[in-house]
Design a protein around this ligand. Structure first.
Ligand code: MG
Length: 334
């Protein structure tokens, strides 16, 4: 294998085949991927399918707590999981800049393999294109995911009802700050790690513990933007308790220093669960027993008043409206 990616590696000929065999098949090979035909062919079980797609352009491609490959798998797995689906299969499309060291690509592909193993999903089809030096920034990834929604499951952003409680599985804002710090070369005294993780296991446990109305991963735009989306879809108001929202000391300090609001920072390992009061307690307890939910908390409730609006009860007893994030606070964080 050549030490750097050449235009020929995306050309479909011998060099492409070598790249496929020696990098992609080597790390990601499974019965379906190795069929080697133009499309992956597999059986489906009766039920509803969920399908989602995501592009990943994060810069830098390696950061504390993750990398573009892990992010691509977890991001797609999480979008399936919050739709109530069991994630099954992923596609993997890569756009590579000519000259990328093959060693770096291998590190990303190994990370994709590890994330797939942990999430119990397979890469079943893929594509690689190489563009000239300077025409892309190292590596872009697209993943499409397919999952199956069990017959009994129905969750959605339109299903929140007044009285429902809002839960989250831990500290917010870590992914956005981790990537931003890496890019800016800031080393905090307490390092801030991305929370990037596949949440399908935690979500399955939460749904087993009691009735759930909505699930959503507060990625770009953060917790505040995600709750705005749900309040509009469900025509309810949402009131958050500032004191109840888990934020690490490191994120709080760094946010203050840099002028960010953790409520708007991206997360890649967080899920918002909205559940009726009768089941919220049991769900909270179950989430806290999961390694990705140790710091789970009830952070607010849905109300009939001010539908479509999210309000924050501040630590000092005041109240302020939390609007949706307008534009992009931190570009290229996922
Ligand atoms: Mg999502």
């Amino acid at each position: 294998m050549e030490p750097r990616i050449l235009l020929a590696h995306g050309g479909g000929g011998g060099a492409s085949h070598r790249l496929i065999q020696e990098v992609f098949y080597r790390y990601l090979g499974n019965d379906i991927l190795l069929q080697g035909n133009d499309a992956a062919v597999f059986d489906v079980v009766p039920g509803k399918l969920a399908m989602t797609t995501d592009c990943f352009v994060v810069q830098p491609i390696f950061f504390r707590g993750g990398d573009i490959g892990k992010l691509a798998v977890c991001g797609t797995v999480n979008d399936l999981a919050v739709s109530g689906a069991r994630p099954l299969y992923l596609s993997l499309g890569l756009i590579i800049e000519e000259g990328l060291p093959v060693e770096l690509l291998e590190k990303v592909v190994a990370s994709i393999a590890a994330a797939c193993l942990e999430a119990g999903v397979k890469i079943v089809t893929g594509d690689t294109k190489v563009v000239e030096k300077g025409k892309a920034d190292q590596l872009f990834i697209n993943t499409t995911g397919l999952g199956i929604i069990p017959e009994s499951v129905r969750v959605g952003g339109e299903m929140a009802r007044p009285g429902d409680l809002v839960l989250i599985n831990g500290n917010i804002g870590e992914h956005g700050l981790a990537v931003m710090s890496e890019r800016a070369g800031i080393n905090w005294e307490t390092p801030i790690l991305s929370d990037c993780a596949a949440l399908h296991g935690l979500i399955a446990e939460a749904m087993e513990a009691g009735a759930v109305h909505c699930l959503r991963d507060p990625t770009r735009g953060g917790l505040a933007t995600t709750l705005n989306e749900i309040s509009r879809q469900s025509h309810v108001g949402i009131i958050l308790e500032e004191n109840a929202i888990p934020v690490s000391g490191a994120v709080r300090g760094a946010s203050e220093m840099l002028g960010f609001d953790p409520l708007y920072l991206a997360n890649e390992g967080k899920v918002v669960v909205i559940a009726p009061p009768a089941s919220a307690k049991a769900i909270l307890e179950r989430m806290r027993r999961h390694p990705l939910g140790k710091d789970s908390a009830i952070i607010g409730e849905a109300v009939a008043e001010h539908p479509g609006l999210v309000a924050l009860k501040t630590a000092f007893g005041g109240e302020r409206l939390l609007d949706m994030l307008e534009g992009e606070m931190l570009p290229r964080i996922c």
